[in-house]
Design a protein around this ligand. Structure first.
Ligand SMILES: C[S@@+](CC[C@H](N)C(=O)[O-])C[C@H]1O[C@@H](n2cnc3c(N)ncnc32)[C@H](O)[C@@H]1O
Length: 242
């Protein structure tokens, strides 16, 4: 038996003997280790050209505001009309920040969420956690529109009528691998040079990082890392098409 036949045979036997019963218990840990290693290498290979607070001894969620300010000011987003598209609005904390700090009257703000919480578990958070009703957000700015439901149901109809005219600032804050890879892959055909994608949980290896890495590798995305905060938990990349 040659080497290729041996590999094929071992795969068939793995399935024939249902070895997932044994190996399955290691799956989560091994996947986490593999993506932690990929994340560490990715950090080493990708220089951050703008704001970066690496390395911090302690974790502070409020540091994401430093990243927002840096993206707004350094990327010249304050004075031009933009399309801000947020995936994962929850109680609207980040959404309101961008509404308040990006004042151009021709800007559009689109927010997507179930508004009924996470559709599946995320680490210690169970399905349904992070729920905040659309009414409780208290946004009255006429530039804002919300889309209630799973991204998997709301995004395609939205994109069918979306006119991509303004520079885009896309905010991925849905935490989950499934939600992030779905949204990124649907947005792919609308991405232009200079569009920015921000991540709120980038340093969670098997979720937002895994989704971005698979997306960037599979769609051959060129990008520049323009900002990182809180030891890469918050990240911003700029799409490069030159
Ligand atoms: C971390 S919270 C968002 C936090 C918010 N940006 C803030 O600053 O307060 C994540 C949100 O993503 C939403 N979400 C995750 N996956 C989703 C999906 N597939 N479709 C719709 N909403 C989703 C959840 O409902 C949850 O409200």
């Amino acid at each position: 038996m040659n080497k290729l036949d041996l590999i094929r045979k071992s795969k068939s036997l793995f399935m024939k003997w249902n070895l997932h019963h044994i190996a399955g218990s290691l799956e989560g840990g091994l996947l986490n280790l593999a993506y932690m290693s990929k994340l560490s290498k990715w950090r080493n290979d990708n220089a951050v050209t703008g704001y970066n607070d690496w390395y911090q001894q302690s974790w502070d969620y409020s540091r994401r505001i430093n990243l927002y300010k840096s993206v707004l000011e350094k990327q010249g987003l304050a004075q031009v009309p933009i399309d801000y598209i947020e995936f994962g609005v929850s109680s609207g904390s980040s959404f309101r920040w961008w509404l308040q700090h990006q004042q151009h009257e021709a800007s559009n703000f689109f927010g997507f969420d179930t508004f009924e919480g996470l559709p599946e578990a995320f680490g210690p958070f169970g399905k349904g956690e992070m729920a905040a009703s659309l009414e409780s957000i208290g946004v009255t700015d006429p530039r804002a529109t919300f889309y209630k439901g799973l991204f998997q149901d709301t995004l395609i109809p939205f994109l069918d009528q979306y006119k991509s005219e303004n520079r885009k600032l896309i905010h991925m804050d849905a935490d989950l691998f499934s939600a992030t890879i779905f949204a990124l892959s649907q947005l792919y055909r609308f991405l232009n040079d200079g569009d920015i994608i921000m991540f709120d949980e980038f340093a969670v290896p098997t979720h937002e990082f895994r989704a971005f890495q698979i997306f960037a590798d599979s769609f051959y995305i060129n990008y520049e890392v323009i900002a990182a905060a809180n030891n890469y938990l918050f990240l911003a990349v700029k799409i490069r098409k030159d």
